[in-house]
Design a protein around this ligand. Structure first.
Ligand code: FDA
Length: 309
């Protein structure tokens, strides 16, 4: 727990970022979790995953955009990416994931409206390309505004999906609001350091909430996206899907690029839809540190690679 908190703190530290970049094997290690820095890298990685029978969601890395021009650049990148996926014939198997903060939601009083305008443009481009958008969930301060933005835009873009985090005490009730037909909910445990009054601390409590939410989603009319690497929760999801009488194409499993590729393969071979969350871009540092915080065992892998073994 202490290691996790330290790594999450390091995710915000410019000094720690410089240390990773300066280390001889730093960039190579990051490549395990990040497709590359350019759109072309993202398309190549998507192509190879799709060729292996997997679906993809692409995330252009970047959080907390600091000015309007940067938010526009992020939105334009998504528009360019969606065009590139369509041209490569990949849009049927690849969607995009976006963070409202990257689209400018944090830029003062006008930020939320700006982010919605950009999100609307990304959704329209996704519709035109024949694919969908899912909105990532950031820390708890953003939950309410994110759900409100998604609810508003779903009126015009019904395939717009959203992430819910099982560690938040409010999430079971949010699930109940999102059980309608066509509702795409990506259920995750949650990756940010949150205070006790809003989030469960105990891992077992988070897992129990995840199962309660899964049951609701599987019994609902929407499209559950089971985003976890946890073997127990994956098994429970399968059981709940069968109990709810769901065919395999009425829900999907999702995992992060570079994490449990063997399990991704096993599920796909068993006929399940498996979507890999593929991040790309130059702003990979905070994402990378959160992955280390989730599984401090990866620190060993990181340390070995840095010294060249
Ligand atoms: P957890 O980390 O508890 O791991 C459970 C078990 O999984 C481990 O005990 C181990 O058995 C296995 N495992 C995990 N990592 C492994 C590895 N590297 N190798 C082998 N086994 C491993 N979070 C957020 O707050 N907002 C968001 O928008 C998103 N979006 C998102 C999208 C997708 C597609 C995914 C998969 C995840 C997210 N997350 C997220 C991250 C999420 O909240 C969570 O931090 C991670 O998925 C890790 O949690 P797990 O459910 O995998 O379980």
């Amino acid at each position: 727990m202490l290691t996790r908190r330290l790594l999450l703190a390091a995710a915000d530290s410019p000094q720690a970022r410089r240390a990773v970049l300066a280390a001889p094997g730093g960039r190579a290690v990051v490549a395990r979790f990040v497709a590359g820095e350019t759109r072309a890298d993202a398309v190549v990685t998507t192509d190879s995953l799709v060729a292996r029978g997997l679906a993809v969601t692409l995330d252009h890395l970047g959080e907390d955009t600091l000015d309007e021009a940067a938010a526009t650049t992020v939105a334009d990148e998504y528009l360019g990416l969606l065009g590139a996926l369509e041209r490569a014939g990949l849009a049927g198997r690849a969607e995009v994931s976006v963070k409202l903060s990257a689209l400018g939601s944090g830029l003062g009083a006008d930020g939320p409206a700006l982010a919605r305008t950009h999100l609307r443009a990304v959704c329209a481009a996704a519709d035109a390309a024949g694919t969908s958008v899912t909105v990532d969930m950031e820390d708890h301060a953003a939950t309410e505004a994110t759900l409100a933005a998604v609810a508003e835009l779903r009126a015009d873009h019904p395939t717009l999906g959203v992430v819910l985090q099982a560690y938040l005490r409010r999430t079971e009730s949010d699930c109940r609001e999102l059980l309608g037909s066509g509702s795409r909910v990506r259920l995750v445990k949650g990756a940010y350091a949150e205070p006790d009054d809003v989030a469960f601390r105990d891992r077992a409590e988070v897992d129990r909430c995840y199962v309660r939410c899964l049951r609701l989603l599987m019994e609902g009319q929407g499209y559950p996206m089971v985003a976890t690497h946890d073997p127990r929760l994956i098994e429970i999801a399968g059981v709940l899907a069968v109990r709810a009488g769901r065919p395999q194409d009425s829900y999907e499993f999702q995992m992060l690029y570079g994490v449990r590729a063997d399990e991704q393969r096993r599920l796909a071979d068993a006929g399940e839809t498996v979507r890999v969350y593929v991040p790309y871009g130059t702003d990979w540092y905070a994402y990378f540190m959160r992955r280390l915080a989730e599984r401090p065992a990866n620190l060993g892998f990181f340390a070995r690679a840095l010294v060249g073994h």
